[in-house]
Structure formats: structure tokens, C-alpha cells
Design a binder for this molecule. Sequence first.
Ligand code: PMP
Length: 351
Amino acid sequence: MKKHNFSAGPCILPQEVFQKSAEAILDFNGMGLSILEISHRSKDFIAVMDEARAIVKRLMNLNDDYEVLFLGGGASLQFAMVPFNLMKENGKAAYLDSGNWAANAIKEAKKLGAVDVIGSSKEENYSFIPKIEEVGAEYDYFHCTSNNTIYGTQIKDFPKANTLMVSDMSSDIFSRMIDYSKFDLIYAGAQKNMGPAGTTLVVVKKEILGKSGRVIPSYLDYAQHVAKESMFNTPPVFAVYASLLTLQWLENNGGIAAAEERNIAKAKLLYDEIDRNPLFECFCVPEDRSLMNVSFKITDESKKEAFDNAWKAAGINGLNGHRSLGGYRASLYNALPIESVQVLVDVMKSI
Ligand code: PMP
């Protein structure tokens, strides 16, 4: 029986994506060949890449000033690629330190140049989003993490940046209506709202490239990938195909606006129970709560075993909190049905 999968990533994808991916592994497009054995230069795969790139722009409502890339290396490689491409030789960048992943991005950027951390909630165990109204023009770019996967916080109002605006949207891309055109570069590991692990989405405004004055290793140079229409080298073929299927599912189900409505309803159901039930408590402040990752703890350790047994018996998977924080984390990504959240809430009520 299919589990209720609250895993933080890799995570639940639509069932039809699993079905169609499985079919394509056996016989892609009726070619008598698996998607795993055809050339990435074949007409059939080029069509996959072209459509995947186009659908991202449609969903995000972006014009042709932007290019869409599907790269390897995970979101972690972007921590290095961003400064390589955007930080000038003697320049400096502004970063918001709102969680572990943001801190990892800062660590990489510092290897290349000067970084000002213009807001941090580290001392308070990342329990809120540091509030910044405006970012100065003296920076080459501003980097923020739109959703903190571990701590369950999410930026609701992005600061006004008088410089390039860069965001790691790994754990909330395609989940809510925001003006994506406010950003100059967005990246996201596929393995939450977009597809399986193995590819990373990069959406970049073309005009910002080629200005850092640095010698950039070819693979790390966005301009190289743009010039080759995301085929600079062999792309992660299967991960791109499964991402395309997920994006098609999203588009056929009302796009981001409808996904946001579903996500708000799911998150409300769970947060209402946490607020009502004295046995549970969120890690973060209410105003910064994430719609995607609900990180919470149990207030009476003597009930922990009963709770753990109950959610496991109810067919729930992936509820353990991140190893750095403990407690529990329910990830409510786009493909998770509200029925699964109801099962979790019923378990919480029963303890
Ligand atoms: N950024 C965020 C917000 C994440 O949640 C993660 C991992 N889940 C990463 C970056 C790192 O991604 P990857 O494992 O693809 O390098």
C-alpha cells in the first residue's frame, strides 16, 4: 500500500509521474528503446529538454530575458557557481543567514571573495527569518534562501534589492505565487517540488552573465550552458524527463496558483492542530512558518514512543526531523495530498 510520504527530499512526486517514468524506462515514446539508452542529442530527448525549459518559463511567467538550465551537481554546486559568475574580483556580496543551507552558501562564497552577512538568526537557532527591508547597491548581488527546509521558515516578503537578487528556492519552488521576475537568478535542486534527485534547475537573466571578470571553469560558467541550450555536456537525462512529467502534472492541475491554494489548505490543517494540541509545538515563530516544511517537537517526551508507533502504524513515512534539529518535520510538497495530512492530524489527536 502507498505510504503517506512526508519526506523532506527526495520526496513524494505525483503517482502518474512514477507510472510514466517507469513506462519510459521500458519503452520511451514507442521507440523500442529505454529513455536510459538513447542519446541526449536524439530528437526525442531534445524535445524533452526544450519542453522542460519552456514549461518552467510558462509556470513562472517569465519572458525571454531569462534562460532555463537543468544542471548536475545539486543545489550545493550553485553555492559555488553563483559567486564565480556574479561576484567581481574585488567585489562583495550580501547574504542572508537564515538556516544551514544559507550558511553553506555563505561558506562557499567566502572562498571567492568578501561576503557581508546582512542578517542572521543563527544565534536563535534559526527560528525566524531575519528582517531586511532593503539591500544596498554596493553589493554585486544579494543571496537569500526562500524556504529553510530544516527549520521550517519561509520568506514571505523579499527585501527590495538595489543589486542583483539571487535565491535558493530548492524547497519551495513552484509552490506559491511570487513575482519571479524580481529575481535575477533562481536555483533549486529538483528533488522536492520538481522531480527526482539528479538535476538542478537554474533560471537566470541573461544580461547579468559575463560581468564578473573572473576566469570561470567551463562547467561552472552559466554562459556556457546558456550558449549550448543546457546541453553543454550530457545532461541528467532521466531526472530531466521525470521533472518534465512533474511540471506537466503541475500545469495540468491549475499551475502554481492552484498548487498554492492546496498548499495553504494543507499547512493550515497541520498548523491548526499543532496550535490546538498542547502536546506539539513548532520550532519557529508563527509569522515565518513555512507552507512546505512544518518542523515541530513533542512537549511530553513520555508520549514520544506512543506517537512514533502510531504514525508508523498509520502508514506515514519520513516524519523524523533533520539530524541537526531533531523533533519532527512534515514536508508538505506539491504532490502530497491533503488526505495524507489528515491522517497525520488524526494520529496527533489520538495520542
Ligand atoms: N538548499 C536547500 C534549501 C536545501 O533544502 C538543500 C537540500 N535539501 C540544498 C540546498 C542542497 O541541495 P543538494 O543536496 O541538491 O545539493
